[in-house]
Design a protein around this ligand. Sequence first.
Ligand code: FDA
Length: 303
Amino acid sequence: MLRETFLFLSRRRALRRWMETSPLAARLTRRFIAGQRLEDGIAVARRLYSENILATLDHLGENVASPDEALAARVCIEQALDAIAAAALPATVSIKLTQFGLDISDSLCRANVEAVQQKARSIGSRVEIDMESSEYVDRTLRLIEDLHSANGALRAVLQAYLYRTHDDLRRLAALRIPIRLCKGAYNEPPSVAWPRKSDVNASYARLARILLDEGEDPAFATHDPRMIDLVLEHAARCGRSPATFEFQMLYGVRRDLQSMLVANGFRLRLYVPYGDAWYPYFMRRLAERPANVLFILRNLFRR
Ligand code: FDA
């Protein structure tokens, strides 16, 4: 119920405008969001790297309605890649195709992604393409499959809650496309996704094993200790060295687990969001775990 409420609030425009411009914003969000500027994202990525943690930088923003806005989103990512190169960080960038113009046209979106893909490749980085709601999955995967064969330097994201993901995972793994496996964060109907959490977890477990068996440089994006244990057990069973896969978590979430993984020599990458369009991202984090409201309130009153 609370999850639905936060997901509903994540789509309210007036509340979003008020929140994004409120002076309280930085204090409210600092646990999960690096700050409003690229420099804030880079500063966090540097700090994490000094703690042996990698980063993927996410310039916050979602659906854009005009080619100019899509171009602006692309320029932000190009600047992020320049900053990553200047700071000599082994960081990647994460993007959403609706930020790059997917709602406007496939070809416009493709041109924008190709530009950042080439820049990422030229600096030895990678563009991780977040997966959005189920209506976008076909077009997102088609674009990734085309662009990967031409230039590499991409990572796809698959969501374990979708029935279709098993087939997508086998196909992408056969094409040697690196995959980030997550449970899935959107409100999907039972016609396309498992409604019960236990089924989503079972699906994640099945897919994670296949990904370890067949995937190229796989990433397991989860804060669920049971999923992490299962990945570690299966990796040990199939003889995968820790250098050949990574865990990914969200900045500010389960810092205890993050420290444990790094202390045990596992590769960890944090998803580090920055930018002023932070509202939908922030609300989805509250939807995942309403107890986060308590964290936030505590931060608000802490000096
Ligand atoms: P689950 O939700 O079962 O949580 C397990 C435990 O983790 C909880 O009991 C709690 O302890 C902790 N936890 C989880 N979320 C928390 C939070 N917000 N605050 C505090 N504790 C929390 N989704 C998507 O649809 N498309 C995408 O592209 C991505 N990309 C992505 C990248 C990365 C790096 C991560 C970590 C996640 C995503 N996701 C995503 C989100 C993902 O689909 C999912 O919604 C969340 O990761 C929560 O799922 P868990 O696997 O953590 O398990």
